[in-house]
Ligand binder design. Structure first.
Ligand code: ADP
Ligand code: ASP
Ligand code: MG
Length: 813
């Protein structure tokens, strides 16, 4: 004998029921089976909701009832041949008539007693089981039996306690005289000794099935549902969750107690005592192996799953009057128990100064009143404070029988959460160490679950979630490189980099499961209106672990947003140098906030595009070296300009060409005025540990004042035409000395300057080609022969690759 239970989704409509019948038919070939069914889809929710409406004199219950009736009749029509429908139609009609009368009673009396609610909520199973039994009668030869005649329970309506002795006897008597290969019974419903309908609690069809399995000493209890087993975490919240092949009764109980609703926790008890194996199977993918639940698994994996419950309230009772005085907790829990308030988690500080309990949010107000009442005397004497309640919490729990044999699991758990800025409000660890639970803010639940899942189940792949702003030259190249390397990174670096949001100055677009990088342009075009604050707010609300904001713009307004990102534990990678070259206080604050909130702030591309200049400098400093002097050609743009400028071309045309080829900032004056180079040497000096501001850098510009004073590109270019002679003269002077012109940045003795220099043929700068950059670091370790970094220092492709390198640096931490 086996017992098979099919949940709400499995019997939600005629197509699903047909699938159930095929599973049942196959299972019954081998042995006798009992089939326990839930109500169709969300019928129970709808019945309860309508009952509450009726009791509040809200007519809406009628529409719900009509809808339910229609759905049940449609199912009958689709499932059962016309000539056999009359009995089931009249039975169904009769039940709906009864329901209507009960609802009318509630409506008129404006009252809904637990007894009435239990009666109403059981109708879903009575309907579904009868319809399914009828459909199975001809094809499978199934028999129907009303569970209320077999399962006897107390009158704690809606959560009744089963009379096991009586129930077992009734079940055994019935089945020993019943030879049907398949018996279909409703789950969830039972009857009191006095003959009143009662129910076994929400999710209770699982329990009914377990009761049958235990009563009949079944070989196996199969729970057929809409997922392929018990998962390492709720698969609807954690995409990477996977089925647990084998788990113990205790582990399954802990996981389900903390919210893995695949199985209703009390279900385990009756089958555990008889050691009947439970198998969780997927009705819609019956070939999948599912999860086997037995006494022991023989596996030594410490963490088996992570579960969570939302809508939790934390109640704290504290006060100096509690220290060392016995009986406080007894009184607290007694008060809650007497008012039917279920305590989900308890923690007590060892100082006994406070007790903190987690309960369901719906019970919060009631609990506060009860506890304040119970301790009114102590509160009045100021021995304890009035209770303190915090709502909007959730509990997350790591579960595993073997956790007690492994060191440091809670350390791993809390440091992973801490790194992702998940604030932990309370912690509880049972003495048996089968679970470690933490109470956190509900808004962090998804992030916390995914973080823990990654930490304990996917140690090998790390997910980074990028939010990219600016998709001009650099941004577009970056996304293309990312798309091209995605597979490689996953396979070789175990990095799963996803782009969740993209924005330009006009529109922004998001996809929490990752944007398709082949079609981001169309998606962005059709996106919502962009705003800097809106982008940040959305990233905060999406609240993914390892989030990184990537700034590919040259915008000051965007750079002002960094602090907001870092403060929310969102990393920042930027090629925009405005922030790092802004006033010293701001630069220091960003560094501080980055450290404090554990959010990386990387800007390798601020100097020398993709060349590893800042990273090298950081490594020198971190390993104890000291920088004395830096000499550098840091402007790819100016290099390009002066390498291409001679008597055969105008200065204006060379600059125009540099801009067209993407070697300048959108505003070329920023490059030509030397500001850009000044910012770069400033950043290098700061990263070397010197405290400088942009004003401290001497800028010996070669541009005429009139060019410097222009306000936009058009007048700037016009001024270049006007002063062509001035530029030719600079060129000729250098040529006469057989020198080349290079725009050089220097830092020495705490001072920095930038300016055009005539470089002789013997100097390392002389042969710098195209848009190349070069940096010479003179340090304690490199006093005479400098450490030289040289290579392409401008251009969208190399800048994008530098951004990419920073992102990978974050991934590798
Ligand atoms: P049924 O109606 O078949 O009884 P339930 O809705 O009660 O089904 O339970 C199945 C659901 O449990 C799944 O659809 C899934 O969303 C949820 N669930 C929560 N935690 C887990 C978990 N750890 N593993 C599998 N499912 C889970
Ligand atoms: N139909 C009931 C409920 O929704 C019992 C069950 O499906 O397990 O709670
Ligand atoms: Mg269920």
């Amino acid at each position: 004998m086996k017992v098979l239970k099919f949940g709400g989704t499995s019997v939600a409509n005629s197509d699903n029921i047909k699938q159930v019948l095929s599973i049942v038919s196959k299972a019954s070939e081998k042995e006798q089976i009992v089939v326990v069914v839930s109500a169709m889809g969300k019928t129970t929710d709808a019945l309860i909701h309508a009952a509450n409406a009726a009791a509040q004199k809200n007519n809406a219950y009628k529409a719900t009832l009509q809808e339910l009736e229609k759905h049940h009749f449609n199912t009958i029509k689709e499932l059962i041949p016309v000539q056999e429908q009359s009995e089931v139609i009249s039975y169904t009609k009769q039940l709906f008539n009864q329901l209507e009368t009960i609802y009318e009673g509630c409506f008129l009396l404006q009252e809904l007693t637990p007894k009435t609610l239990a009666k109403i909520s059981g109708f879903g199973e009575l309907l579904s089981s009868f319809i399914i039994a009828k459909a199975a009668k001809n094809s499978i030869g199934a028999n129907y039996k009303d569970s209320r005649e077999l399962i006897i329970a107390s009158d704690d309506y809606n959560n009744a306690l089963v009379d096991f002795d009586l129930t077992f006897k009734k079940c055994q008597d019935y089945f020993s005289n019943n030879g049907a290969r398949v018996t279909i019974v409703p789950g969830f419903v039972a009857r009191t000794k006095e003959g009143k309908t009662t129910t076994l609690g929400r999710g209770g069809s699982d329990y009914s099935a377990a009761i049958y399995a235990a009563a009949l000493d079944a070989k196996e209890l199969q729970i057929w549902t809409d997922v392929s087993g018990m998962f390492t975490a709720n698969p609807k919240v954690v995409k990477q969750a996977h089925e647990i092949p084998h788990i113990s009764y205790h582990e399954a109980m802990e996981l389900s107690h903390f919210g893995a609703k695949v199985i209703y926790p009390p279900t385990i008890q009756p089958v555990l005592q008889k050691e009947i194996p439970i198998v969780i199977k997927n009705t819609f993918q019956p070939e999948d192996k599912g999860t086997l639940i037995t006494k022991e698994t023989g596996l030594n994996k410490p963490v088996k799953g992570i579960s969570h419950i939302n809508e939790i309230a934390l109640i704290t009772l504290e006060g100096v009057g509690m220290v060392g005085i016995p009986g406080f907790s007894k009184r607290l829990f007694e008060a809650l128990y007497l008012h039917d308030i279920n305590v989900i988690l308890i923690t007590q500080a060892s100082s006994e100064l406070s007790i903190c309990i987690a309960i369901h949010e719906n019970d919060a107000e009631k609990a506060v009143a009860i506890v304040n009442d119970a301790f009114a005397y102590e509160v009045q004497l100021k021995k304890v404070k009035p209770v303190f309640v915090e709502k909007g919490m959730s509990i997350i729990a790591l579960v595993g029988d073997q956790m007690k044999n492994h060191q440091g699991l809670s350390g791993k758990m809390f440091s992973a959460l801490g790194k992702n800025n998940v604030n932990i409000r309370a912690i509880a660890q049972g003495a048996s160490e089968k679970n470690i639970s933490a109470v956190i803010d509900e808004k962090d639940t998804k992030k916390a679950l995914n973080t823990l899942h990654e930490r304990f189940f996917e140690e090998r792949v790390k997910q980074l979630n990028l939010f990219v702003t600016g998709v001009g030259n650099v941004g577009e190249k970056f996304l293309a490189q990312l798309q091209q390397q995605k597979k490689f990174l996953k396979k070789n670096l175990k990095l799963n980099i996803r782009v969740i949001g993209i924005s330009n100055s006009r529109t922004m677009v998001f996809d929490e499961s990752g944007l398709n990088l082949n079609s981001w342009k169309e998606a962005l075009q059709n996106g919502e209106k962009a705003s800097l604050e809106g982008f940040l707010e959305r990233i905060k609300s999406i609240n993914l672990r390892n989030s990184v904001f990537v700034d590919n713009t040259a915008s000051e307004a965007v750079s002002k947003m960094y602090e907001g990102y870092l403060r929310h534990n969102i990393g920042v990678v930027t090629c925009n140098k405005i922030a790092c070259a802004s006033d010293l206080e701001n630069y220091r604050r960003l560094k501080f906030v980055s450290r404090k909130y554990n959010a990386p702030f990387l800007f390798e591309t601020n100097v020398g595009a993709g060349l590893p200049i800042i990273d090298t400098l950081k490594n020198l400093i971190a390993s104890g070296d000291r920088v004395h002097k830096i000499q550098a050609v840091l402007s790819g743009s100016l290099n390009f300009v002066f390498n291409n400028f001679d008597e055969s071309i105008t200065f204006h045309d060379v600059v125009q060409q540099a801009q067209n080829e993407g070697y300048t900032e959108p505003d070329p004056k920023i490059d030509l005025s030397g500001i850009d180079v000044a910012r770069k040497i400033l950043i290098l000096a700061r990263e070397s540990g010197y405290e400088l501001n942009l004003e401290d850098i001497e800028n010996n510009s070669f541009l005429p004042k009139e060019s410097l004073d222009t306000k936009e590109n058009e007048s700037f270019y016009a001024s270049l035409h006007k002063y062509e002679e001035h530029f030719q003269e600079i060129y000729q002077k250098a040529k006469d000395k057989e020198c080349r012109l290079k725009y050089v940045a220097e830092f020495a003795n705490g001072k920095a300057n930038v300016g055009l220099q005539q470089i002789e043929a013997t100097h390392p700068f002389y042969n710098l080609e195209g848009s190349d950059n070069i940096v010479l670091f003179y340090t304690d370790r490199y006093p005479q022969q400098p450490l030289i970094i040289k290579g392409a220092g401008a251009g969208a492709e190399v800048t994008a690759s530098g951004i990419f390198a920073d992102v990978i640096r974050i991934g590798n931490v």
